[in-house]
Write a protein that binds this ligand. Sequence first.
Ligand code: CTP
Length: 133
Amino acid sequence: MTRVITFGTFDVFHVGHVNILQRAKELGDTLIVGVSSDALNMSKKGRYPVFPEADRIHIVKSVYCVDEVFVEESLELKREYLIEHKADVLVMGDDWAGKFDHFSDVCEVKYFPRTDGVSTTYIINKIKDRETD
Ligand code: CTP
């Protein structure tokens, strides 16, 4: 049984999120998702997510191809998370290409191309622009 793991904020859930989760699941039997905590998102992206972590976790858990979800509290704990969740494959979007290769002693590391034309930041800005129209 192959265990696949991926990480992300998954705020303002969109089709790019669905695509990477579907592609990740196709690599194995069990898909585990580490959802960034609100505090981690603040330190990583300089803003709090629109949707709080409890809601983001609830949404990701409800996706049909996701089997297990946990809160990612710190970027520094990635190796521990991979070991704790017995990951065989780590999947990340190619915005992270090369950045996780040093975990290849723990599991296989794969990067998938991002879905074109959509991101949480793009959606937030698009809504803001409409408000000022
Ligand atoms: N992702 C993707 N295609 C997109 C957007 C995101 O494949 N168009 C992937 C990312 O590469 C990552 C996962 O989805 O592996 C979670 O990304 P996240 O940072 O939550 O989403 P973004 O939309 O990139 O958010 P932001 O605009 O805040 O950076």
